[in-house]
Design a protein around this ligand. Structure first.
Ligand code: F0G
Length: 450
C-alpha cells in the first residue's frame, strides 16, 4: 500500500479501486440499488426525444416537490454549471450556508464569488447543536446590504451540509432564509443532493415535526424555494441529476443550456435505464426506514470512536463519519495539509480510502496564498446499503490504531498543483519518511498480510 500511495501522489482519488479494502471515498454514485430500482431498469422507454421514462421521472419529482418543470442533467455539478452559466455575471455574489467544491468552482469560473453565512456554531467541531447547517440571519441581512440585492445571483442553501460534516439544516432556517431572499427579490435555490439525510435528522430532532411524514416535511421545505437541484448520485441512489423550477418563464430561460451541455431535454446526459432506477430511488428517499440506515451506521461509528477519545465531528451527521483532523494530528501545521496526511495514514494502515475535506479541497486566493479551510476533515463515507456493521467495526479498530500512533504522522507538500479543483488531480509527497515508519509500526503489530 505504501508503493500504491506513492504512485497515487498521496492523493486517494488517484488510487486504483482494486488496491482498496474499504472504499469510503464517497457516497456518490456508489450506493447500492434496491431490487425495485434494478427491476425498473428493465423497462425503460428508449428514445432520444420524448422518452416516457423521462416523463415518469418528472411526474414523480413533481409529486414529491410540487415543482412542475424539470431540466435533466448528467450529475449535480452539471446542474451547477447550468445555474451558474445562467445567473452568474462577473462581480456577482452567490449566498450559501456553506459552499460545495464544484458549486463554488463554477461560480468563480464565471467571475462570481461565494459568501458563506453558516452560523459560527456550525463550524465548532464538537457540539450538540442539532442543526449545524443553519444560516445566520444577521449575516444574511448584512451580506445583502453590503453586496446589494441586485448583485446577488441567487441564494443556494445546501441540505445535509457536506463540507462541515454532513450537518442538517432546520425547516425553520430554510423558511427564514427564503423569506429574507424573497423580501429582497433574490432567487432561492435548494441543493437537495443530501436531502434524504437532512430529512432523517428533522424527523428525529425537530419536536414540532415528529408526527409529520417525510413527504410532508419535504414539501414544507420545497415550498420555500424557487428552484431545487440535486445530484442523483446521492438523492435517488442512482446516477444523474436535475434542476426543478417552479416558474415557467424561469424554466424557459435555462432550457437551451440542457441540449448544449447535457443532451436533449428528455434525457439530459443520463441513460434511460438509470432514469427509471432513479424514479424508484426518489420514492425510496421518502421512506424513513430506508433513509435511516446511513445516519444510524454513521452514528454507531462516531459514538464508538468518541468513546475511544478520537476527535470526531459531533453530532454525527449524514453521508459519512467525519474525523476532526485539526485535533487528531494537531502537530501538523495547516500548510502541510493535516487532513490530507491523515487520509493517507488510514489507507496505509487498513486499506481504508477516505476523502480529504479541508485545505487541500480549497482553492488558493487570487494572490496565490493558501486559503485555509475552516475545518480540516477526513470523511469516511458510508454509501447507502453497502457496508455491514462488522465492516464498520473493522474501520473503528483501524482508526483507533492510527489514533494511538498519531504522533508518527507527518505532513504533505504538493509536487504538482492544478489551479482548479486541485484535490482531484494534484500530486503530493510526504515531508519526511513518516509513511515508511508508520507502515513499519503497523506491520510490527498486524504482520505482513493486513
Ligand atoms: N452538491 C452536493 C451537496 C454534493 O455533495 C455534490 C457531490 C454535488 C452537489 C455535485 O454532484 O458529484 O453529482 O456532480 N458530492 C460528491 C461527494 C462528489 O463525494 O461528496 P455530482
Amino acid at each position: 500500500r505504501l508503493g500504491k500511495m506513492k504512485e497515487a501522489g498521496f492523493n486517494t482519488f488517484q488510487l486504483h479501486n482494486g488496491d482498496i479494502f474499504m472504499d469510503m471515498l464517497t457516497d456518490s454514485g456508489v450506493n447500492a440499488m434496491s431490487d425495485q430500482m434494478l427491476a425498473g431498469m428493465m423497462t425503460p422507454d428508449d428514445a432520444y426525444a420524448g422518452s416516457e421514462s423521462f416523463f415518469r421521472m418528472r411526474d414523480k419529482l413533481e409529486e414529491i416537490f410540487g415543482m412542475k418543470y424539470c431540466l435533466p442533467a448528467h450529475q449535480g455539478r452539471a446542474c451547477e454549471n447550468i445555474l451558474a452559466t445562467r445567473f452568474v455575471k462577473p462581480g456577482n455574489c452567490v449566498i450559501m450556508n456553506y459552499h460545495f467544491t464544484t458549486a463554488k468552482a463554477h461560480i468563480t469560473r464565471l467571475g462570481g464569488h461565494v459568501e458563506e453565512l453558516v452560523k459560527d456554531e456550525g463550524l465548532v467541531s464538537q457540539s450538540d447543536l442539532p442543526f449545524k447547517g443553519d444560516i445566520d440571519l444577521d449575516k444574511l441581512e448584512a451580506c445583502i446590504e453590503k453586496e446589494g440585492a441586485d448583485n446577488v445571483s441567487f441564494m443556494r442553501l445546501e441540505a445535509g451540509t457536506n463540507l462541515i460534516g454532513g450537518q442538517p439544516v432546520s425547516v425553520q432556517s430554510f423558511k427564514d432564509a427564503c423569506a429574507v431572499a424573497r423580501k429582497h427579490g433574490i432567487l432561492s435555490v435548494l441543493d437537495a443532493s443530501l436531502l434524504q439525510d437532512n430529512l432523517y435528522f428533522i424527523k428525529i430532532r425537530d419536536e414540532e415535526r415528529k408526527d409529520m411524514s417525510v413527504r410532508e416535511i419535504t414539501r414544507e421545505i420545497a415550498d420555500q424555494f424557487d428552484m431545487i437541484y440535486f445530484s442523483a448520485r446521492k438523492f435517488g441512489f442512482a446516477r444523474g441529476g436535475a434542476i426543478l423550477v417552479r416558474d415557467e418563464e424561469l424554466f424557459h430561460s435555462m432550457e437551451d443550456l440542457v441540449p448544449m451541455f447535457e443532451g436533449f431535454l428528455t434525457y439530459g446526459g443520463m441513460s434511460v435505464r438509470e432514469i427509471e432506477a432513479m424514479t424508484v430511488g426518489f420514492d425510496e428517499s421518502m421512506d424513513m426506514d430506508i433513509i435511516s440506515h446511513g445516519p444510524q451506521f454513521i452514528k454507531y461509528c462516531v459514538d464508538k470512536l468518541v468513546d475511544y477519545g478520537v476527535p470526531m465531528i459531533t453530532p454525527a451527521g449524514g453521508l459519512g463519519a467525519h474525523v476532526d483532523a485539526t485535533s487528531f494530528v494537531s502537530h501538523i501545521p495547516q500548510q502541510e495539509y493535516p487532513a490530507g496526511a491523515l487520509v493517507c495514514a488510514f489507507y496505509l494502515c487498513g486499506g481504508i480510502r477516505g476523502m480529504e475535506r479541508g485545505t487541500l479541497s480549497e482553492e488558493r486566493n487570487a494572490d496565490g496564498s493558501e486559503r485555509f479551510a475552516s475545518m480540516e476533515l477526513v470523511r469516511l463515507a458510508l454509501p447507502r446499503r453497502v457496508f455491514t456493521l462488522s465492516q464498520v467495526e473493522y474501520v473503528i479498530d483501524r482508526v483507533k490504531w492510527v489514533y494511538d500512533h498519531r504522533d508518527m504522522i507527518g505532513g504533505l507538500r504538493f509536487v504538482h498543483e492544478p489551479a482548479t479543483l486541485r484535490f482531484f488531480t494534484g500530486r503530493l509527497e510526504a515531508t519526511s519518511d513518516w509513511p515508511e515508519k508508520l507502515v513499519a509500526a503497523y506491520k510490527a503489530d498486524f504482520g505482513e498480510d493486513q
